[in-house]
Each structure stands twice: as structure tokens, then as C-alpha cells.
Design a binder for this molecule. Structure first.
Ligand code: TXA
Ligand code: MG
Length: 353
């Protein structure tokens, strides 16, 4: 199958820009599209065969449920069998935006879309292209991140082409995404609301609306913990991984830089192709040795790190790096989500400097 790319002009969006994409979705086919978090690989959420195509295109295990994207709060009552008061409060405060809520599913939602679960994850994206696509196609769009399973999520249309060319008919190119990390997932089906995946909307922000919200224990662990069952099935898989072996160093920044520089230098001497994941502030301190320097972002702006992280991991692949050494970042605010993704990308290979 040929994969077509349509580049959209965000300043002048027209309904006709979506004609082809909407027709594909209505025919049960797949369309990749931008959201404010990452690119999504969309299919009609109520069509079990579309969900099957999503799993096949990504090479994703079919027990890993999909997020259903909506453009109108009223859809909550159609897709969920019960909608607790908290869901409306959160929707009012954070939708449209990078927050996904897990609720008990209604009969309308096929089990193929929810990976066999009796709950459904729902999100209203703020990206205008995403919302127009949902509105004009008149569907609910099931969409995981538009990467091949296990690879870093896609934050540019080129990343989607790299992973899914020949596997899907259409990519809508809306340029680089705004946030760069997937949505925060909060599970509202238990006694206490729980964050299953940290994201741009932090625990602190959520607790202003639902004060008793906590992290699912699996989120906070820095090692793989086989005895803690990840409630978001997707969080248990090796994920976000570049092809090279990535090791992250944590601790005092000066020591981290020293340790990364030494390890990278030695690996290069041994003949490895080595990339260093650094920050703008530390880049010039890796002058020694034959190293590729990949800047993730500026420490003074965690938003810049979030926006660039997945691109930087893919950049390491383009450089052919088989060893990658990276700095860690402070875990407050969005830093929690940044470190969550980085840790998974490293397969939890994290060392104290
Ligand atoms: O920002 C995002 O959320 C992006 C964009 C495209 O919206 N989507 C995304 O989808 O990241 P995906 O499939 O890559 O990640 C969805 C995560 C997985 O970890 C999955 O296990 C979890 O959400 N999930 C989905 N439905 C769930 C449910 N019913 N209960 C618990 N976890 C669920
Ligand atoms: Mg994903």
C-alpha cells in the first residue's frame, strides 16, 4: 500500500482538507494525524475491524487497549456506562487537552478497542486538526501513538512515515506537535483516582480538582517490578526505545556530566558508535572524544525537553549509535513524565553518578 502524506496549513484549515481522511475513517481504514501530545494512528473506535488494523499496523499486542478520542463532552455518556462527577470536573478544567480518563465502558464500545477490558480510555484533544478530523468524519477515533510498537512515539509526520510507510494509507501532516509526551492517564474506576501514566497535566494540577488523586505504584518505580501489575497494560511493555543501548545517569549534575563523559569516551575508544543525550546547558562539556552530541532541550525549560525527547531518541538511531549515554532531569512537574519515558527508553538501565 502507498502511504500518502497531506500537509495541512494550520492557519487556513478548511473542511475540504479532511474529505479524504474522513472517507477513509468511515470506510474502516486508518489515518495518522497530529494531536497536541504526539501523532495518533486513528481508526473508527466503534468498528472492531478498524481496531484490528491498528494493532496490525503497529505490530502491537492486542491486549493493549486504545484511547478513544472525542470532540464533544456529550460523547462521555455514550462511551461510558457511568460518568462520575469527577469526570465532569476534570473535563471542565482540562479538556480539550492532554488528559485521558479511564471509565467503565458502555456496550457501544467493542472489546477489540479496549483490549478486552470492561473500561474505556477517553480523551478530547486540543489540537485543532485532531478535533476537526473527529468532527468532520463524525466518528470517535481510537488512536494509539502512531509509532511502530516499542519505538519512540512520533512527534512529527516524518517519524510516522519512518515507522508506518506502506502500512497505512494516509498521514495528515500538521508539523511538529506542541507538547511531545503522551497524555496523562487517570483511572476513575476505583475508590481513589489514580494516575496510570504521568504527562503534561501533573499530579499537582489534578489534585486541585480531585484532591485524593494518587500515582499508581507502578508509575513511581525506577526498576522493573514484576510484582507490581501495571494497570495501563501499555506501560508494561518495553517502550520508547532507540536501537542503541541507552544508559541514564542520575545524581548531582556535575557528577552526572563527568560520568556520562567518561563512559561515553571509553565506549568510543572500544569502537562503539556513541551518542550523548545532553542539554543545551551542558553540551559544551562533552568536548573530548569521538561522540555524537544530541541536545534534548534546555534545562531551564522542561517544556523544550518534553517537546524534543522522542525526536532526540530517533536522532540517535539516525546517527547509527549503538551506545547512548544520557543525563537525567529533575522529577518535578513535567519532569516526572520526562523521566518516566526516559527510564523506559533505557529499559530501566539507570545508574547513580
Ligand atoms: O497522548 C496520547 O494519549 C496519545 C495521543 C495519540 O492521543 N495516545 C497514546 O496512545 O499515547 P497509546 O496507545 O500509545 O497509549 C495508551 C495507553 C496505553 O498504555 C494503554 O495501556 C492505556 O493507555 N490504556 C488505554 N485504555 C486503557 C484502559 N481502559 N485502562 C487502562 N489503561 C488503558
Ligand atoms: Mg504508545
Amino acid at each position: 500500500m502507498d502511504t500518502k502524506m497531506i500537509t495541512l496549513d494550520r492557519a487556513h484549515l478548511q473542511d475540504s482538507d479532511f474529505t479524504e481522511a474522513a472517507a477513509l475513517l468511515q470506510a474502516g481504514e486508518l489515518v495518522a494525524f497530529p494531536t497536541e501530545t504526539v501523532y495518533g494512528l486513528g481508526g473508527d473506535a466503534l468498528d472492531p475491524s478498524a481496531s484490528a488494523k491498528i494493532y496490525a499496523a503497529k505490530g502491537r499486542p492486542s491486549d493493549n487497549p486504545l484511547i478513544v478520542h472525542i470532540c464533544d463532552v456529550k460523547a462521555l455518556e455514550k462511551l461510558a456506562s457511568t460518568v462520575p462527577e469527577e469526570a465532569y470536573l476534570l473535563a471542565e478544567k482540562f479538556w480539550p487537552g492532554p488528559l485521558t480518563m479511564v471509565l467503565p465502558k458502555s456496550d457501544l464500545v467493542p472489546k477489540e478497542t479496549t483490549g478486552g477490558l470492561s473500561t474505556v480510555a477517553i480523551r478530547m484533544p486540543s489540537d485543532e486538526i485532531a478535533r476537526e478530523l473527529i468532527r468532520i468524519s463524525n466518528t470517535y477515533i481510537a488512536a494509539p501513538s502512531a509509532n511502530a510498537s516499542g519505538r519512540p512515539s512520533t512527534t512529527r509526520a516524518e517519524h510516522v512515515m519512518e515507522d508506518l510507510e506502506g502500512r497505512i494509507p494516509l498521514i495528515l501532516d500538521g508539523g511538529p506537535v506542541q507538547i511531545g509526551l503522551e497524555s496523562t492517564i487517570v483511572d476513575l474506576t476505583g475508590e481513589v483516582p489514580m494516575i496510570l501514566r504521568p504527562g503534561y497535566i501533573t499530579l499537582e494540577m489534578l489534585s486541585e480538582v480531585i484532591p485524593n488523586v494518587t500515582y499508581d505504584p507502578a508509575v513511581l518505580k525506577h526498576e522493573k517490578q514484576d510484582n507490581i501489575v501495571a494497570k495501563a497494560p501499555g506501560m508494561k511493555y518495553r517502550h520508547y526505545a532507540p536501537k542503541g543501548e541507552l544508559t541514564i545517569f542520575e545524581g548531582d549534575l556535575d557528577r552526572v556530566v563527568g560520568k556520562v563523559a567518561t563512559e561515553a569516551y571509553h565506549a568510543a575508544l572500544e569502537g562503539h558508535v556513541v551518542a550523548v543525550l545532553c542539554s543545551e546547558e551542558t553540551r559544551e562539556r562533552y568536548a573530548r572524544g569521538n561522540l555524537y552530541l544530541v541536545t534534548v532541550g534546555a534545562r531551564e525549560s522542561e517544556e523544550s525537553i518534553a517537546a524534543n525527547l522522542f525526536h532526540a531518541l530517533r536522532e540517535c538511531d539516525h546517527l547509527g549509535a549503538d551506545r547512548i549515554f544520557g543525563e537525567s532531569f529533575p522529577e518535578h512537574g513535567v519532569g516526572q513524565a520526562i523521566m518516566n519515558r526516559l527510564m523506559k527508553a533505557a529499559g530501566y538501565r539507570i545508574e547513580e553518578a
